[in-house]
Write a protein that binds this ligand. Structure first.
Ligand code: ADP
Length: 162
């Protein structure tokens, strides 16, 4: 069985993530979208909220499973019987970071491959950070995240827009 993992923070999930998830899930038997728990970061959404938003927004993709993990990604992948990681590339600026990360992982576990999906042009500017900033200042995020995620952001009660 071909299992792939798409790891990330997903704080929160955007249409850019969902595009990568949908396209990559068509090429494997099971795609695990794994929310990374980084205790050093202060995310806007809790782990449970991020998992919930991913579950809600991927429920039409039958072979996509949502999970969370902490610690080393290669160890998590091994535990899941997975040898393929999926990452998205938005712009040239993503490349250097992703390149280093993939090479480092390869060093740690030569069996673990990373495949990159080029973003849809219309999502090339889209990041969770951008969504959080826009929402904070009352900008329109309706074209950037699904309605469920938008509601969750609004519930955080810092949206200044009425
Ligand atoms: P970010 O906080 O930058 O959105 P994440 O850690 O949540 O990043 O991202 C998980 C994966 O999704 C990464 O591989 C990232 O490059 C990818 N990704 C994020 N946004 C997009 C987008 N708009 N288009 C394509 N890939 C994306």
């Amino acid at each position: 069985m071909r299992i792939a993992i798409c790891p990330g923070s997903f704080d929160p999930v955007t249409y850019g993530h969902l595009d990568i998830i949908e396209r990559s899930s068509k090429l494997v038997d099971v795609l695990i979208v794994a929310v990374f728990c980084n205790p050093e970061k202060h995310p806007m959404f809790t782990m449970e909220e991020r998992v919930d938003m991913l579950k809600q927004t991927t429920k039409n993709f039958s072979n996509v499973k949502i999970d969370c993990f902490g610690g080393l990604l290669n160890e998590y992948a091994k535990k899941k019987g997975c040898r393929l990681l999926i990452r998205g590339l938005r712009a040239f600026s993503d490349f250097e970071y992703e390149f280093q990360r993939a090479l480092l992982l390869k060093q740690v576990d030569p069996e673990l491959e990373t495949a990159f999906f080029m973003t849809e042009g219309k999502y090339s500017f889209l990041s969770s950070t951008g969504v959080r900033e826009l929402a904070y200042f009352g900008g329109d995020i309706s074209k950037l995240v699904p309605p469920y995620v938008q509601q969750m952001i609004e519930k955080k009660n810092f949206c200044t827009k009425k």
